[in-house]
Design a protein around this ligand. Structure first.
Ligand code: ADP
Ligand code: TRP
Length: 322
């Protein structure tokens, strides 16, 4: 099975990104073809500072490798290192009907809020379709918010095949990432950069402790019985604890006599333990920048080889190979 997914380098990865996406990508990395890329061309629609974009791409690559993405099994690359993707985007653009893009939510939501959208945001789903079709991808693990874009990808692939009467593109399927893995942030809402409630995976220990201590709780006193099921501290503890440890802490919540401070301490311990190996690996990688650059260069080479083959198919179907 040929698997592909992309993640935007718009900031440091947080626990939501890990449990909701990255962990699940890594679980799929030993497939026949596993391509994971850092979507820097997509990030251009929001990041307009060269140094920030470069730093974010670097951090994303190092984070993914530290978290267990294994370049011996999967191909990791930067989207913009495969320029064929922008060429394919144009071929697809010429067969994309406006109404298909007008209903896509990134653009529609912005328009509804009265914010001017640029053509980059409007045509974003076409670039995403090119990302997927360029590598004959069969399975695309994504969050529910991206399922619409996989539908667009299928529509465009099918329309191209139909118009040029050739099976140029493989039609991919979305694999919806496990929604039960929705991680709450420090305010109890869904953890997200846009809500400013994230806990980044690789925060230095002191800052991590401070972040965890800032998780919002109610004002019950130590003696009071507490409800684990509505408490964000408990929800985060569950990410790191075995079932029996979860039950034990839930019982202590219900019995009273334990303050939230103690539960937060357990979350910190759990996080340091869970990400301990990744944190050590990250430090090692930071000391070996040439290794990381080599991984990305090898990834780009492998992705380009595949991409050039598929682009050639598409160009010959259109009459661009003479
Ligand atoms: P953010 O909301 O912080 O901007 P992104 O939209 O860039 O995060 O998310 C990248 C990936 O991480 C997506 O696949 C998304 O489904 C997943 N993800 C983000 N936040 C969470 C969360 N709180 N719980 C589960 N998965 C999440
Ligand atoms: N649009 C995706 C997001 O914001 C990232 C992305 C870009 C992607 N191209 C992709 C995901 C191709 C899967 C396949 O999360």
């Amino acid at each position: 099975m040929k698997v592909l997914s992309g993640i935007q380098p718009t900031g440091r990865f947080h626990w939501g990104n890990y449990f909701g996406a990255i962990q699940q990508y890594i679980a799929l990395q030993n497939n026949e073809q596993s391509f994971y890329f850092i979507a820097d061309l997509h990030a251009l629609t929001t990041i307009r500072d060269a140094e920030t974009l470069k730093q974010n791409c670097w951090d994303a690559a190092v984070d993914l490798l530290a978290l267990g993405l294994d370049p011996e099994q999967a191909t990791l690359f930067l989207q913009s290192d495969v320029p064929e993707v922008t060429e394919l985007t144009w071929l697809l653009m010429t067969i994309t009907q406006m109404h298909l893009l007008e209903k896509c939510h990134a653009y529609k939501d912005k328009k509804a809020r009265g914010i001017a959208a640029d053509a980059g945001l409007f045509t974003y789903p076409v670039l995403m379709a090119a990302d997927i079709l360029l590598y004959d991808s069969e399975v695309v693990p994504v969050g529910t918010d991206q399922v619409q874009h996989i539908e667009v990808t299928r529509d465009l692939g099918q329309r191209f095949n139909h118009l040029y009467e050739q099976e140029v593109f493989v039609l991919p399927n979305a694999r919806v990432l496990d929604e039960s893995a929705k991680v709450p942030g420090t305010d109890g809402e869904k953890m997200s950069k846009s809500y400013n409630n994230t806990i980044e995976i690789f925060l230095p220990e002191k800052k991590l402790k401070k972040k965890i201590n800032s998780i919002k709780t109610d004002s019950l006193s130590v003696e009071d019985a507490k409800d684990p099921d509505t408490c964000p501290v408990f929800a985060l503890y569950k990410l790191f604890a075995s079932k029996s440890d979860q039950d034990a802490l839930a019982n202590r919540y219900r019995a009273g006599g334990m303050g939230y401070g103690e539960a937060k301490k357990l979350v910190l311990e759990g996080a340091l333990d869970h990400f301990g190996a990744a944190r050590a690996k990250r430090e090692e990688l930071e000391a070996k920048p040439d290794y990381v650059r080599d991984v990305l260069a090898a990834g780009a080479k492998a992705a380009r080889t595949k991409g050039q083959e598929v682009l050639h198919r598409a160009k010959s179907a259109c009459g661009l190979v003479r």
